[in-house]
Ligand binder design. Sequence first.
Ligand code: XMP
Length: 187
Amino acid sequence: MHPHHILRVLFTADDIAGRVDALVGEIGRTCAAGSLVLVGILRGSFIFFADLVRGLFYHHLHPRIDFTLLQSYGSGTESSGTVEIERDISVDVRGTEVVLVDDILDTGRTLHFAVELMYAKGARSVKSCVLLDKPSRRVAPISADFVGFTVEDVFVVGYGLDYDSYYRELPYIAELTFTHPGAAGGQ
Ligand code: XMP
């Protein structure tokens, strides 16, 4: 038998679409249209990011878009503690308003690192938007400005989130269960 499988659906495609719409509204009300740069933290945010960006169009926000690939997860259930830039942004963010977009805020190490990085590059302000928040796991001193859903300390997949690069295509978010104690990680 597969060592991991879907235990239950936490958020349906409709649940997600409703929250993404609300988040787009919040971002639209909070962020100035002028110098907005949306930075997606790959890989897990790619579907969430695409839905957000299309929603912003209807709020007359036309941000510049870029991506960074940050690696924080080792092979175990804990993130490694150090964050590495596998792929940096290429847009010049000096003097801009950056909104970082990530799939899930877990220990917070990745987002904390990304916020510092954007300020170091000269961004005027840096906000963050995450689809999922696991506050019980927080290690780094950070909270997100825009949060889709708060989740318990369970391993989730779908809507861009993976286990071992599987499950990203699921239109819903589900809890994964492991029949063998072992690795749970992704990026
Ligand atoms: P930190 O701990 O730095 O980690 O906040 C954020 C990154 O860890 C991954 N992550 C998960 N991926 N299901 C996943 O598919 C999860 O439950 C989960 N928890 C953390 C994710 O890549 C996130 O960007």
